[in-house]
Design a protein around this ligand. Structure first.
Ligand code: NDP
Length: 249
């Protein structure tokens, strides 16, 4: 399957969950993948796996909240592969808590990773895509970027609403002017390590029990949706992908 042959994809948050599954999927479809995250050991293992299956991967140890780290990673990507066709802004964290628990450090980390991380990558990658007059940016919002899922989600949802708004605005600016596609992906409950960041005891239990009532998506289900968007003909911009478990409300 070579539908992405010749394409170069940058995937943030590639060390686990949705990012890891998408890196494997896009590499199998022929793309050279730059896999970015902080955990270098995970990236090394993923690079080995992709290359064992005949793909090409470049591991970029990167903190998306740190502009110098993003610049260095993107420079390495361009030096190695010479172009970038797809940027999947997928890195994200979800430590749930009530606002009145005042976990202010966690709020700030969510803003830094979920919003500023998307801006840092977009700001760094966009000049290359504008120069190429082609590209595709996929930003990860959430079901929680369309509605507040309940107590505990206030700050997380706020970050994902921000991603949705930014993505829509970006699409308006770069589609017609620069031939760059922009997609917002909004997954529902998906199996991954996302819940591990929650430190609030009540919400750890709440998530475990509410997830037990849903047949959750696999990370691979979301990777399939990303592949669908990036392999559409160039004049087709899949602007939104809203993908839910069948039994999630
Ligand atoms: P995971 O926790 O499995 O993956 C999150 C990824 O983000 C990891 O690879 C992690 O890597 C990376 N990451 C976190 N902080 C940083 C940072 N500062 N710099 C670089 N990378 C970072 O969760 P998912 O795969 O589920 O999450 C992927 C995206 O999907 C997130 O944006 C999430 O909000 C969104 N989403 C998930 C849903 C779900 O139900 N799972 C539903 C809707 C949206 P490392 O720690 O190595 O840096």
């Amino acid at each position: 399957m070579d539908m992405l042959k010749g394409k170069v994809a940058l995937i943030t948050g590639a060390s686990s969950g949705i990012g890891e599954a998408t890196a494997i999927k896009l590499a199998k479809a022929g793309a050279r993948v730059a896999i970015a995250a902080r955990r270098a050991d995970r990236l090394k293992a993923l690079k080995t796996l992709i290359e064992k299956e005949g793909g090409h991967a470049l591991a970029l140890q990167m903190d998306v909240t740190d502009k110098d780290s993003v610049n260095a990673g993107v420079k390495k990507l361009i030096d190695s592969y010479g172009r970038v066709d797809i940027a999947f802004n997928n890195a994200g964290i979800m430590p749930l808590s009530n606002v009145n628990e005042f976990k202010i450090d966690e709020w700030e980390r969510m803003v830094d990773v979920n919003i500023k991380g998307v801006l840092n990558i977009t700001g760094t990658i966009l000049p290359f895509m504008i120069k190429q007059h082609s590209g595709h940016i996929i930003n990860t919002s959430s079901l929680a970027g369309r509605k507040v899922l309940g107590q505990g989600f206030a700050v997380y949802s706020a970050t994902k609403y921000a991603v949705s708004a930014f993505t829509e605005g970006l699409r308006m600016e770069v589609g017609k002017a620069h031939n760059i596609r922009v997609t917002s992906i909004q997954p529902g409950a998906t199996q991954s390590e996302l819940q591990n960041a929650t430190t609030s005891e009540g919400y750890k239990e709440m998530m475990a029990s509410s997830m037990g009532q849903i047949t959750m998506l696999s990370a691979n289900d979301i990777a399939d949706a990303v592949l669908f968007a990036v392999s559409a003909p160039e004049h087709v911009n899949v602007a939104e992908l809203f993908v839910l478990p069948t039994n999630q409300i």
